[in-house]
Design a protein around this ligand. Structure first.
Ligand SMILES: *[C@@H]1O[C@H](CO)[C@@H](O)[C@H](O)[C@H]1NC(C)=O
Ligand SMILES: *[C@@H]1O[C@H](CO)[C@@H](O)[C@H](O)[C@H]1NC(C)=O
Ligand SMILES: *[C@@H]1O[C@H](CO)[C@@H](O)[C@H](O)[C@H]1NC(C)=O
Ligand SMILES: *[C@@H]1O[C@H](CO)[C@@H](O)[C@H](O)[C@H]1NC(C)=O
Ligand SMILES: *[C@@H]1O[C@H](CO)[C@@H](O)[C@H](O)[C@H]1NC(C)=O
Ligand SMILES: *[C@@H]1O[C@H](CO)[C@@H](O)[C@H](O)[C@H]1NC(C)=O
Ligand SMILES: *[C@@H]1O[C@H](CO)[C@@H](O)[C@H](O)[C@H]1NC(C)=O
Ligand SMILES: *[C@@H]1O[C@H](CO)[C@@H](O)[C@H](O)[C@H]1NC(C)=O
Length: 776
């Protein structure tokens, strides 16, 4: 009784806040002040922040209690509860760079909600390619510190064992923050730091419901454990799986890096965990401010915005800019909003933006139809059917009468008629609802098996799920075949074979259908994404407080799980960056990104250009420069370097004048296309464009590079000079690239991009840059 009374107002508050936000109700705002000027103590900084608040609040107490975060380390600013009126008064103060209103559910983690728990080989092929060379050279990333902004960590996982690891790096200044089921004993020489950020979340939703999540760095979702172990999990042998899947070794990309966990994403009240989570911008900014001060070398952030935001309003972009100033490499997910174009997130040129592609491992579970036809399917469900044929139905044939026609094939919750589904294998189509949730609905209605058919948009991409009943997933073409078969007979029958692991599947990689696409809507002059890495059916560690499907109804506990998403590809690049950082500690974050971009591959394992999920050739708006190749990136030959100032000049050129308040934009900033980026995008070319680039020699002292060009269809590309002579390491050479529309008769379509490449080569290194161009 007592509990209900106490909780009732909280519930109301959480429900009403969003409605009241437009009135005079208080909301969280971030007041951004740019840079710290002069050395100040943390106390002085906080007092300074209070003084801003005091200027708009009635009393000192009011000012103090409204402060949520004081950003003190690298970022100068604060988050506070303000009325719109107070916020607008603050924005008029001269030193205030910007005042941003916090958004709810704007940012979220980027998996496509698919899970499993097979214990197999390492998730990705690339570590098998000369991986030992690279790992040895980098000493497995020893002493490089990777920070992750995510849903926390499950520290007991064997992937986070610190056995045999040396003392904490002396540069480390972070902490191990205690909370629910988490204290300093949960950190070790692998997880060297852990913190959580919830003030923004709680300002919006009220106190955290501790049934939903731990109020601590401990992970109740699984996502954060997965990404952290993908970056830096130890090699764990004999990882065995439920359901009899093969066992093997699980390992992160850089097994000896140190991990720093920043929990910023939380469960959303009254919404199933399988439906996602939320990460508040003021919480993320606080985490990034701390991570920079703690001494991380790399940040891996598998979080994106729902809608792309201008750089000065996007807290990941703002935080990352401060990180870059301290030479921290920042890798972020491109997002899971594909296959539509212009859906990409995290497009800032100081971030490495990562798309997702497949690996060469599949879990095959074919279907046999009553007419003898065999249909390819994939799954990692541990459940099996008895070996006989079962009646087969299409969901739309057995829905309750009130289900609208356009979603009748989709097995949405409550849609199936138990009388009609009982004992049958049910074919459901993708569309609305989660993949695992559709399986739950088939099971609820008494179905015995479940076939998940792709819709046209999903093409041939199959994400393997640990469904809670015998199941398999099929591509669009096969879904049509089964629909035809069902139509062709009065008694359709089928059998789903149990799943088997198949390695070296072909072709691989191909681009995931879900991976978000360029062009960037925020700054189309920067070609994004930068690169692609494995993000489909990736095996990594899991939280034992979550089930493999995250469904409330699923009570299975697993130590390893399979997920898909750009959330999974981003930590691969985080790991690769850490290895490069270990080999080349003096390189700038731009140099590391350049090495990754210019060495990426374009060819799949059957020697053909990488395709999309439906087999069509993929392009740089899907994969950037191609599939990452960290062994090659360790020795890139040349790098396109850029400094913090270069990014500020770029911002000046696109009209963002004040992200660093200590920097004055020149009256005539350089053209934004001249940012020394290792790829080239020219939107709306009118006639001819000339851009300037420079490369720094990081290979052998004496070298000669020649240029090769593959112009985008309809354009000519001239690089001048076309030969570069280097006499020593560290030498920098400038060149220009001139792009010209050949003629209007060549069929170049307005606003449609075409793609090409230019490559510097010296006989050993191929330093390749993609080109994307469209005409006005
Ligand atoms: C942390 O918690 C565990 C389990 O409750 C306990 O055994 C241990 O003593 C605690 N460690 C510290 C440093 O408080
Ligand atoms: C907390 O979450 C649990 C699980 O969703 C729910 O049953 C409970 O009612 C929630 N408590 C409050 C106070 O909202
Ligand atoms: C692997 O794990 C299984 C089950 O956990 C165990 O029975 C088996 O002995 C282990 N094998 C090795 C080689 O450690
Ligand atoms: C289905 O049709 C209804 C109107 O009949 C519409 O409101 C709804 O958005 C449609 N759903 C989908 C998934 O297209
Ligand atoms: C399908 O999903 C879309 C987007 O999530 C939503 O707007 C729409 O209402 C959903 N339709 C149904 C019928 O649930
Ligand atoms: C199956 O038959 C129904 C009803 O005759 C028809 O609407 C549908 O288009 C057919 N589907 C296929 C795949 O042929
Ligand atoms: C790149 O530029 C930075 C300064 O912005 C410099 O410290 C670094 O040495 C340069 N070269 C490389 C390879 O990082
Ligand atoms: C292209 O450039 C020409 C000459 O510089 C100018 O007259 C014309 O308006 C431009 N066209 C567009 C679409 O910007």
């Amino acid at each position: 009784m007592d509990l209900t009374m106490k909780n009732f107002p909280v519930f109301l508050l959480a429900l009403l806040l969003p409605l009241l936000a437009s009135c005079d109700e208080k909301q969280v705002y971030i007041v951004y002040l740019g840079e710290h000027s002069g050395e100040k103590t943390y106390n002085e900084i906080e007092e300074n922040h209070h003084s801003y608040l005091f200027s708009v609040k009635e009393t000192v107490e009011d000012a103090k209690s409204s402060l949520i975060y004081s950003y003190k380390s690298s970022i100068n600013g604060f988050a506070a509860l303000l009325t719109p009126d107070e916020a607008s008064k603050l924005s008029e103060i001269e030193e205030v760079v910007s005042v941003l209103r916090s958004h709810t559910t704007t940012y979220s983690l980027q998996t496509t909600r698919s899970w499993e728990f097979a214990g197999l080989q390492e998730g990705s092929k690339w570590f098998q390619l000369k991986k030992e060379d690279l790992l040895l050279k980098s000493r497995y990333g020893k002493n490089v510190i990777v920070g992750l902004l995510d849903s926390g960590v499950w520290p007991e996982s064997k992937s986070f064992s610190d056995e045999g690891m040396g003392p904490y790096p002396s540069s480390w200044k972070g902490i191990c923050q205690s909370g629910d089921a988490f204290n300093s004993s949960n950190c070790n020489k692998k997880i060297i730091g852990a913190r959580y950020y919830i003030k923004g979340y709680e300002a919006y939703y009220g106190p955290l419901n501790r049934t939903l999540d731990y109020r601590s760095p401990r992970d109740k979702d699984g996502h954060g454990t997965h990404t952290a172990s993908t970056v830096g999990g130890r090699r764990v042998h004999n990882v065995s799986a439920l359901g009899g899947f093969a066992h093997g070794t699980a390992s992160g990309g850089a097994p000896l890096v140190r991990l720093a966990i920043y929990k910023v994403c939380w469960a959303i009240p009254r919404q199933g965990k399988e439906n996602g989570n939320t990460c508040f911008m003021e919480d993320m900014l606080a985490a990034m401010d701390d991570a920079i001060a703690d001494g991380v070398d790399v940040l891996s952030i598998s979080i994106v915005t729902k809608d792309p935001m201008p750089f000065n309003e996007d807290s990941i972009a703002v935080g990352a800019l401060h990180a870059i100033k301290k030479n921290i490499v920042v890798a972020c997910s491109a997002g899971n909003s594909g296959p539509a174009p212009a859906t990409l997130s995290n497009p800032a040129p100081w971030i490495i933006t990562v798309g997702a592609s497949s690996v060469d491992r599949k879990f095959l579970a074919p279907i046999v139809l009553g007419n003898g036809m065999k249909i390819a399917g994939q799954t990692v469900t541990p459940y099996k059917l008895g070996k006989k044929m079962y009646p087969l139905v299409y969901a739309a044939q057995i829905v309750n009468p009130d289900v609208p026609k356009n979603i009748s094939g989709q097995c949405l919750p409550g849609s199936l008629s138990p009388k009609a589904a009982k004992g049958k294998i049910v074919l459901c189509l993708r569309g609305n609802g989660t993949r695992v949730g559709k399986g739950l609905e088939v099971k609820r209605a008494g179905g015995i098996g479940y076939i998940l058919g792709n819709s046209r948009a999903n093409g041939a991409e199959l994400a393997d799920d640990a469904h809670i009943l015998p199941a398999t997933a099929i591509n669009y073409e096969n879904a049509l075949k089964i629909l035809n078969y069902i139509n062709s007979t009065k008694t359709p029958m089928a059998y789903i074979a149990p799943a088997k692991t198949v390695l070296d599947s072909k072709p691989a990689p191909f681009m995931a259908a879900f991976t978000s696409r360029g062009p960037s809507t925020i700054s189309p002059v920067i070609l994004k994404p930068d690169i692609t890495a494995p993000g489909l059916n990736i095996l990594a560690a899991w939280s034992e407080a979550s089930s493999p499907t995250k469904l409330d109804q699923d009570h299975r506990v697993v130590k390893y799980n399979i997920l898909s998403g750009t959330s999974m590809s981003c930590p691969h690049i985080g790991a690769a960056s850490a290895l490069l950082k270990a080999i080349h500690p003096s390189w700038s974050s731009a140099a590391i990104r350049s090495a990754l971009i210019t060495s990426a591959g374009l060819i799949n394992n059957v020697g053909k250009p990488i395709t999309d999920a439906s087999g069509e050739p993929a392009d740089p708006f899907q994969f950037g420069s191609g599939h990452f190749s960290p062994t090659k990136a360790a020795d890139p030959g040349l790098v396109y370097n850029a400094s913090y100032t270069d990014y500020l000049l770029f911002l000046c050129s696109i009209g963002v004048k004040n992200l660093d308040s200590s920097f004055k934009c020149p009256i005539k900033p350089p053209s934004p296309t001249n940012l020394n980026y290792p790829s080239l995008a020219i939107p709306k070319l009118n006639g001819t464009a000339t851009v300037v680039r420079s490369v720094t020699n990081v290979g052998s002292s004496k070298s000669v590079y020649f240029v090769k060009v593959k112009p985008p269809p309809g354009f000519s590309v001239k690089v001048s000079p076309s030969i570069l002579f280097f006499k020593q390491v560290g030498q920098k050479k400038r060149f220009t690239i001139t792009i010209k529309a050949i003629s209007v008769n060549t069929g170049i379509q307005k606003d449609k991009y075409t793609f090409g490449w230019y490559t510097w080569f010296d006989g050993i290194h191929n330093v390749r840059s993609p080109i994307a161009v469209s005409v006005a």
